[in-house]
Design a protein around this ligand. Structure first.
Ligand SMILES: [Fe+2]
Length: 276
């Protein structure tokens, strides 16, 4: 544990115990007297997200549904979906999409099919899975992937545009085409925008289909396989094991995220909000 010592930070933030995660991410553990999230400066927290890719706020009072949406609005405009602003990520009885199962979730960025890609994903863990039962949220820092790629690899990626198709059975769907390489709109760093197809271990429900114009099927498969090896390389990858009450705020531009599968008997309930 360490204490953030940056003198430019506000007094409350400097008093929290912080832990820098490897290879990226920051945990801020609060104290009994600072359990109210509103005591923290949003501007400072946002800068910490850009710097560390995601932050976990631990030990704060949980926010009720309306309070959660209101608090997130203090960060910026929210993306409104058919269901509103807060998505309950929980196993459903008759799911239309793999999000609402206990299966894995391949890497993706949020809002690919929405009118705007949100900058931040705000998660609140209402009920964490039982320890050892899986259900970690996985992250890849795509800037790290880019930094380690050879000039030849970068050149190939820069010429790659991917078409994604999925049926709109849950809250998202349609068809989009996106350049694999892009630039972070705030920090300016190079980022990769990529969504993996489901794999043989996934719950095969509402799959995503990928096409890469100009590549044959074997070439496409080779590019995807090579990319996946890099995304899951421990130097670029982090799996967050949830604790009930965790608040996790992630940079949706630089990171891709997914989920490890979890035992069907384990409960897992996250609430998710998109901040533009
Ligand atoms: Fe997601």
């Amino acid at each position: 544990m360490m204490v953030l010592s940056n003198l430019s930070l506000s007094p409350v933030l400097t008093q929290l115990n912080s832990q820098i995660l490897n290879p990226f991410g920051l945990v801020l553990n609060t104290k009994e007297e600072f359990r109210d999230l509103h005591l923290l400066s949003v501007a400072e927290l946002r800068n910490l997200v850009w710097e560390h890719r995601f932050i976990i706020l631990r030990g704060f009072s949980q926010l009720e549904l309306e309070e959660l949406s209101n608090y997130c609005q203090s960060w910026g405009e929210l993306l409104t979906w058919d269901f509103g602003t807060v998505l309950d990520v929980i196993v459903q009885e008759n799911p239309q999409n793999y999000t609402f199962t206990n299966g894995n979730m391949p890497f993706h960025w949020d809002g690919a099919f929405a009118k705007v890609v949100p900058s931040l994903i705000f998660f609140q863990c209402v009920v964490a899975p039982t320890p050892g039962s899986g259900g970690e949220t996985t992250f890849c820092d795509t800037t790290k992937v880019w930094e380690k790629a050879t000039p030849q690899q970068r050149q190939i990626w820069q010429q790659t545009k991917i078409t994604y198709k999925t049926q709109k059975l849950a809250h998202y769907g349609g068809q989009i085409s996106t350049n694999l390489v892009s630039q972070h709109p705030v920090t300016g760093v190079p980022i990769l925008r990529f969504a993996e197809p489901l794999n043989e271990e996934s719950v095969n429900l509402n799959p995503l289909f990928l096409e890469i114009p100009g590549l044959s099927l074997p070439e496409r498969d080779q590019l995807i396989e090579d990319l996946q090896k890099r995304l899951y390389n421990p130097e670029n990858f982090f799996a967050h094991q949830w604790q009930t009450g965790d608040i996790l705020i992630a940079d949706n531009h630089v990171l891709l995220h997914g989920r490890n599968p979890f035992f069907s008997h384990s409960s897992r309930h996250l609430q998710r909000v998109h901040i533009l």
